[in-house]
Design a protein around this ligand. Sequence first.
Ligand SMILES: [Zn+2]
Length: 457
Amino acid sequence: MRKPFSFYIAHWIGKIVLFGMRLLRRTGSYLPGAIALRIDSNYLKHVEKPDHIVMVTGTNGKTSVCNMLRFFLESADRNVMDNREGSNTIEGLASAFLTHNTWRGKSHHEGSVLELDERSAIRVFPHIQPDVLLVTNLFRDSYQRNAHAEYIFDILDGSIPQNTKLVLNAEDPISGRLTLSNERVYYGIPLLEGEREQRNPRFSDLVYCPVCHLDLTIDFIRYNHIGRYHCTHCGYRTPETKYEVVSFDRDLKQAEFASDGTTNIFQTQTDGVTDLYNLLSAAATASECGIPLSAIAEYSRSLPPLKSRYHEETIQGKRFLSVLCKGYNPVAPARVFDYLQAQPGRKVLVMANGTEEEIVENMAYLYDNDYSYLNDPSFFQIFCCGERYLDYALRLRMADIPEERIVLSREYAEIPRLIAYEEADLICLIHDVSDVPWVRDLLSAIRKDLAQLQDKE
Ligand SMILES: [Zn+2]
């Protein structure tokens, strides 16, 4: 395709802005792409792209899955580009091509792993047609922007290119039914040995059969609407999986994945089922890119820990966890609560996500989240902090959590002073941004207090 002169102007000016921002030590994740798109609105159509394009979208897990997927592809000597430094909107993708392509606009990568904001699909797919698209799941999320799961479903369903192969979650009957005419494979995790079902979730984005809209029969529910179902009215049932977890040894952090009659042992990052979904979906997608599952299993043993997302250390026998958890989201914190509830010992939880500043976003996510996991005596201190500390406290009381376990601390700096370190076996801080001073200060203050505790003993 002959590129118009406006493309080159957009590319060069975008690149100059990118370099300028780097000189100022600013991350050029949005602005350079936005400027390039302003000059050439078809910049993404015109820019040279790698031969094989993989994209990852969905409500939860995108970033973790992209990191794993890129690692698997690079381990197999594939030279891939990504948008890890930038945002996942159309502007962020344009910035990624500005970053990776040469001044002449050439791409030197054979493949790509691009994270895509699900809301932006409608603006991106006319310009970039992925060969493989992984959709992790669809939930209600960031209500003010994304409305509800059906709204996002319709955006994706109406814009996914027809030649794109889909990798889908069998236990999500919403995203699992995207563009039914496209080629697809499913991955899934059947109910695991010893796993607790969640038949009465706090909310579900799927109530009726997605086909005939009559009552669904539940085979099991893992959380919210994630589970397996069948319909006695129209015959709908959870689709057959190509990639499936056979067993999960939480102590050894090893899971057995089956596909096409063979099984392989994968090393998991944590003993949580959310991380297992991320790993399984990344492995399934890498396999669909032509890498043997046995090789991916081998790579999983050297997968670098996703430190920025989940960090654990033990100081004098006390576990200290910091978990990055999506803000304005009604599912992600509850997944962490569920995980924590299953952990042994007496726990302190500091909820510092989505509360760093006064934001007028629709607060329904905070009330939709499932706090019943915290109504467990092992959580003896639950900190409500930030500008929304009273909303959190009210919500905890609505979940019948006794007042004496709720600690109010609007100021983050006050939290370390209030933690009953001596009584705790596990201290967990959940937050939705990591690169801000108050999180760094809080983490180092808790670490310091724990170390001093060690000196005393
Ligand atoms: Zn039905």
